[in-house]
Design a protein around this ligand. Structure first.
Ligand code: G3H
Ligand code: ZN
Length: 310
């Protein structure tokens, strides 16, 4: 388990340094999406509790709600005040303009997501993004995505057949060579969001571990697993051993946020003070994040994960 103490000067440590170190240790960096300060406080509290590095992410919609510059400023201030290695990712960015905006605001990395386009166009738009973003900040980490893992960290009724198509090692090799990305996000059985049965803990997402290993070998760079919510714990461990470096979790946090908000309001029907209603919400989300961070660092998940109790 990589404690924060591994990184001697957290104010200088880069995302690349952390990814390199964690890969050596056979563990993965947890990435958690936030759309407001309640969720951000929960993620920072989990990093502080576990003493593990953490990756905060916000997709285009989440950034729009939070404010791109406001989120960057808050994460910077949290990092300076706490001394924790907290990094910030512009998740699922579908235009060069939004990617440039995030890098200029100080984000450590960008997911240039053109995966909905045909492969050749995905290659050319991703390559253009890599060149443009690194011209602004040479140390920014750029992730590209191939295959279809769906959109929407929400609760879905059904899973479409398109998620059964896995990325191939050859696609991964070609994509990495042609674009110059630092990190690749493939489709390996993962999908965004959770089925109702997953929220209830009756069903888990299963990953193709063999394919992850083949893609890692062909790509030769860091790999991200998107759509982590509701995934089988053993599959997470095996996926990390096969080459996954970053794991994204979003829906589990949103489920914990909603459940705990409803409970807190119910417990205090006449309360109107936000700082009295919201602390239990922060605590519930923190438990989910801490549990996932521990699992990704080789410890038993413990209590807290959504769907851990049927
Ligand atoms: O980029 C965000 C994630 O891939 C989250 O997926 O909502 O299934 O955890 P999830
Ligand atoms: Zn994602």
């Amino acid at each position: 388990m990589t404690a924060i103490g591994t990184f001697s000067n957290t104010s200088k440590v880069t995302l690349r340094d952390v990814l390199t170190q964690l890969e050596k240790e056979g563990v993965a960096l947890g990435h958690f999406n936030v759309s407001d300060q309640v969720l951000l406080k929960a993620v920072v509290a989990a990093a502080s509790e576990t003493k593990l590095p953490v990756f905060v992410g916000a997709s285009e919609g989440e950034r729009e709600f939070f404010g791109v510059h406001q989120l960057a400023a808050l994460v910077k201030s949290q990092r300076e005040e706490s001394g924790l290695p907290i990094f910030l990712n512009a998740d699922h960015t579908h235009s060069l303009a939004k990617a440039v905006e995030a890098v200029k605001a100080g984000f450590d990395s960008v997911v240039a997501d053109f995966s909905a386009l045909p492969f050749a166009e995905n290659v050319s738009r991703t390559k253009e993004a890599v060149e443009a973003l690194k011209a602004i900040n040479p140390s920014v980490i750029v992730e590209g995505e191939i295959g279809n893992i769906g959109t929407g960290s929400e609760i879905h009724d059904t899973v479409g057949n398109e998620f059964r198509t896995l990325s191939t090692p050859e696609e991964a090799r070609q994509f990495v060579a042609a674009t110059g990305i630092d990190v690749l996000a493939p489709a390996v059985g993962n999908m965004h969001g959770m089925l109702k049965s997953m929220v209830q803990g009756k069903e888990k997402k299963r990953l193709n571990i063999e394919r992850i290993g083949e893609i890692k070998k062909a790509a030769g760079i860091f790999l991200t697993l998107h759509g982590g919510s509701g995934t089988d714990d053993a599959d997470f461990r095996n996926a990390i051993a096969a080459g996954i470096n970053i794991i994204h979790i979003n829906t589990e946090l949103r489920v914990a946020w909603r459940r705990s908000l409803e409970e807190s309001l119910k417990r205090q029907p006449n309360e109107v003070v936000p700082y009295k209603v919201l602390p239990p919400v922060i605590d519930s989300v923190k438990q989910v994040v801490s549990s996932r961070l521990r699992l990704f660092h080789g410890e038993p998940a413990g209590q807290g994960a959504v769907g851990s109790v049927a």
